[in-house]
Write a protein that binds this ligand. Structure first.
Ligand code: F6P
Length: 347
């Protein structure tokens, strides 16, 4: 068996831990393993590297991905699918472990339907992939955001300011809700629930009228105001209008917009901090290293059993197999119960 491994989409702490686990487990079955560089792009362009015990040594704790990544969608390229299949045959690649989020695994799901032997591993700091309780990378991002909120707390208090923290989360507010609850945020704005700026300002005014002189507002980059029309990507605050090959725009800027509006409407001095890619970089937490390792070992076992078209998923504390179709059918958004818990502490 010759096994290919690739990482696609935005990078994420724990990718190297998965690669290491897949390789270590697959070596026990005497497989030949190659790394496909830069996600699906590497299969179109035949960019491969050998993966063996030596090449994966010392990477468990390292952020990023030794394979590189891209947001290439083979279905947007001319003859993308047939080129991938042809190149796999030519390189004698029997199966692929694809480590990615909704977009990368969406491609994997289509390739499986076209007859390719593929197994998925769920990755995204956004934690919005369906059919798994958690994706690896999310815990690290939450810890980074929580530490930032803790730090902003002390300076907010010293200066009697409102601090707006913009965190990642395109269609789901998992990072905002988890870091907001952990960091004691006074307001959390998420894509799942449209916000009313007047209401936000009233909550802050009430809080400041009852003795508090500072506040923390955590906002997902994809949060949408009520006046917009259904929270489509076009209604979000965008950095520019360009679309990537999966049709996504570049979000960013809601933090600055909110800070300006809040200061204007309440008179409270307000500052914005955009955490951006800091949430995605650097070393994974112990939780993410363990989850990534479990996913990687399980994915290699799925290869061994020939359970193609499946993805490793966390359900409770068990790692189980779910179909790629189920995992990529729809996004997993924050449930209302959790939003209710967060809302208990607003104001
Ligand atoms: O998909 C993960 C994610 O981090 C999103 O939260 C964010 O909107 C996007 O990637 C940013 O992508 P890029 O790295 O292309 O700027």
């Amino acid at each position: 068996m010759k096994l290919g491994v690739l990482t696609g989409g935005g990078d994420c702490p724990g990718l190297n831990a998965v690669i290491r686990a897949v390789v270590r487990k697959a070596l026990q079955s005497n497989y030949e393993i190659i790394g496909i560089k830069e996600g699906w792009k590497g299969l179109l362009e035949k960019k491969y590297i050998k993966l063996d015990r030596e090449s994966i040594s010392g990477i468990l704790h390292r952020g990023g991905t030794i394979l590189g990544t891209s947001r290439t969608n083979i279905y947007k390229e001319k003859d993308g699918e047939s080129t991938v299949i042809k190149n796999m045959l030519e390189a004698h690649i029997d199966a692929i472990v694809a480590i990615g989020g909704e977009d990368t695994l969406g491609v994997a799901s289509k390739l499986f339907k076209a007859g390719v032997h593929v197994i998925g591993v769920p990755k995204t700091i956004d934690n919005d992939l369906n059919a798994t309780d958690f994706t690896f990378g999310f815990d690290t991002a939450v810890n980074v955001a929580t530490e930032a909120i803790d730090r902003l707390h002390t300076t907010a208090e010293s200066h009697n300011r409102v601090m707006v923290v913009e965190v990642m989360g395109r269609h789901a507010g998992w990072i905002a809700v988890y870091s907001g609850i952990a960091g004691g945020a006074d307001i959390i704005l998420v894509p799942e629930k449209q916000y009313d700026i007047e209401e936000v300002c009233n909550i802050l005014k009430k809080r400041h009228a009852t003795g508090k002189s500072f506040s923390i507002v955590v906002a997902s980059e994809g949060a949408v105001a009520k006046k917009s029309n259904n929270g489509k990507e076009g209604d979000m605050i965008l950095q520019d209008q360009k679309l990537d090959s999966f049709g996504h725009v570049r979000l960013g800027g809601i933090g600055y917009m909110l800070a300006e509006e809040i200061e204007k409407r309440t008179g409270f001095e307000t500052r914005a901090t955009v955490l951006g890619h800091i949430q995605r970089g650097g070393t994974p937490t112990a939780f993410d290293r363990v989850l990534a390792t479990r996913f990687g070992v399980f994915a290699a076992e799925l290869v061994e059993k020939g359970q193609w078209g499946q993805m490793a998923a966390l359900k409770g504390n068990e790692i189980v197999a779910v179909s790629l179709a189920e995992a990529t059918g729809q996004l997993k958004t924050v449930d209302l119960e959790l939003l209710k818990v967060a809302g208990t502490f607003f104001g």
